[in-house]
Design a protein. Sequence first.
Length: 285
Amino acid sequence: MKVFLTGGSGYAGKATISVLVRHGHTVEALARSKRAAGTVAALGATPVMGGLADLGVLNSAAARAEAVVHMAQATSGDEDRAAATAMQDGIGTGTYVHTGGTWVYGDTDGVADESAPWNPPAVVAWRKPVEDAVLRRAQQGGRPVVVQPGLVYGGENRLIDLFFAVPGRQAGAVPCIGDGRNHWALVHIDDIAELYATALKAKPGSVYAGVGGVNPTAKECLLAVSRAVGLAGKVTSISLDQAHQQMGPVADAFALDQQLTPARARTELGWSPAHTDPLGVLERG
């Protein structure tokens, strides 16, 4: 299958290109710079020069493809919706896989699935109208699918490393918001990449939580991170106000108490996360 992918030079995008190519798909990938073009080319994809604001480029690339996987991070809901519209117009009745995120469910009050009500922190509240518009295309003959990754770990470990490991190295202890008893819905980078590839065969209108099914507490995760960076379990509690000052509005998302199940994707797509020891992976760095 010929697939057009955005966000291919990013953390999850690189892993997804590798999986798609390994599965025998031909991939074109959006690239905003020569450096990004070199990255996706090295992974086996053909670069398409442009960014999310280049709606004509997105539309034309989608029209050449049999499926689209949209993984690029938009700067706003308006930008994301415009890009999604351009690509869905281009792909027509082909599969369009859109990236959401599990943070939109807010605190889950135990283990939840995709039927849970939305209660997003402000940092991701813009996703609701975008995903609603994407999924409405199923009523018009389109094949929209939404993948909602949990907190991705493994490989470059971008978010956890950026907001916790790096400050920990600098301060001598990894910061933890509050007492850290809140749970994180984690997913390994290799598993989420496989889910994107598997989602190409999903039924129109499907939504899948991309989580590993193991939901450790934030403190358990950060203790593992502290050992990985040579701090021997040194974790220090900070208030949510302090976290806002250090991390910005994403602190509200890290403070969520989330437990989610991958049961729907397992049942409908046959996708089963292979990585079930997130604390071990985090501890090994």
